[in-house]
Design a protein. Structure first.
Ligand SMILES: [Zn+2]
Length: 217
C-alpha cells in the first residue's frame, strides 16, 4: 500500500483525537501530505476513528484524484489539498468539531489572546473564516484566506483547522487552541476576560515559532 507510514499515523491520531475529546464519532477529518511523492493520505468519510484501519485511509493527489483506496475520502479533501498547495511549510492538517472552538465559531468571532497559548496559532489571535457549506470549494477558499500564514483558523458555525509541518504539531496546536477557546468561553460566562497586551503576545509568538522539545511553557 502507498504511504503506509502516513496511514498508520492517521489511524493513531484518530484515536488520540477522540480520546482527547476534540471531536466525536466521525466528526472532522485530518490528513498528512507526503511532499516528495506529491500524495496526501486522508481519513475516509463516515468511518468512526476508533475502528479505522490503515487500509481505510484514502490516498489522493492534490487535484482531487483518488490514487489508492476503496472508500470515499472525507468531503473536505479540497480544503486539505488547497492548504498543501499554497503553504510549502505545511504537511499535516487537523479539521475538527471540538465543542469550544465550534461554540466560538457559532458567534463568528475570532479567538483573542486570552491566554499566552494562543501563540500556538502563530499569531496574536485565531481568525474566523466566513461561513460556507461544508465540502465546498468556497469553504476551502474562505478557510485558506483567513488562515493566511498562521497555524490555526476557526470556520464559522463549523469548527477549527490546525496545520503544521507534521501531525504531532498539528495535533498539539488543535489541542491548545481548543483549550484557549474553552478558557475564553468560560471567562466570558463569568465576566469580562482580560486580553494579553500586544507586546507580550509579540514576544510569545516569537517564542512559539521555535516550539519543540527544548521549550518550556
Ligand atoms: Zn467539518
Amino acid at each position: 500500500m502507498l504511504l503506509q507510514k502516513e496511514r498508520e499515523e492517521l489511524v493513531k491520531y484518530g484515536k488520540m483525537i477522540i480520546q482527547a475529546g476534540l471531536t466525536k464519532g466521525t466528526g472532522g477529518n485530518f490528513s498528512v501530505y507526503n511532499r516528495e511523492e506529491g500524495l496526501m493520505a486522508i481519513t475516509p468519510s463516515g468511518i468512526p476513528y476508533m475502528i479505522m484501519k490503515p487500509e481505510d485511509i484514502v490516498i489522493m493527489d492534490l487535484k482531487g484524484n483518488i490514487v489508492e483506496g476503496e472508500l470515499v475520502p472525507s468531503s473536505e479533501h479540497a480544503m486539505h489539498a488547497m492548504v498543501y498547495e499554497k503553504r510549502s511549510d505545511v504537511n499535516a492538517m487537523v479539521h475538527m468539531h471540538s465543542i469550544f472552538c465550534t461554540t466560538l465559531s457559532a458567534l463568528n468571532e475570532s479567538l483573542p489572546a486570552v491566554d499566552y497559548l494562543v501563540a500556538f496559532s502563530g499569531d496574536k489571535e485565531v481568525k474566523c473564516a466566513k461561513y460556507a457549506t461544508y465540502g465546498t470549494v468556497e469553504l476551502a477558499e474562505n478557510a485558506l484566506e483567513a488562515l493566511g500564514n498562521q497555524n490555526a483558523v476557526l470556520l464559522a458555525n463549523h469548527g477549527l483547522n490546525a496545520v503544521a509541518g507534521n501531525m504531532m504539531m498539528a495535533f498539539a496546536i488543535a489541542e491548545q487552541i481548543e483549550f484557549c477557546a474553552e478558557v475564553y468561553i468560560r471567562a466570558r460566562s463569568a465576566g469580562t476576560p482580560v486580553i494579553l497586551r500586544d507586546d507580550e503576545m509579540t514576544r510569545m509568538v516569537k517564542r512559539f515559532a521555535n516550539y519543540g522539545q527544548k521549550k518550556e511553557c
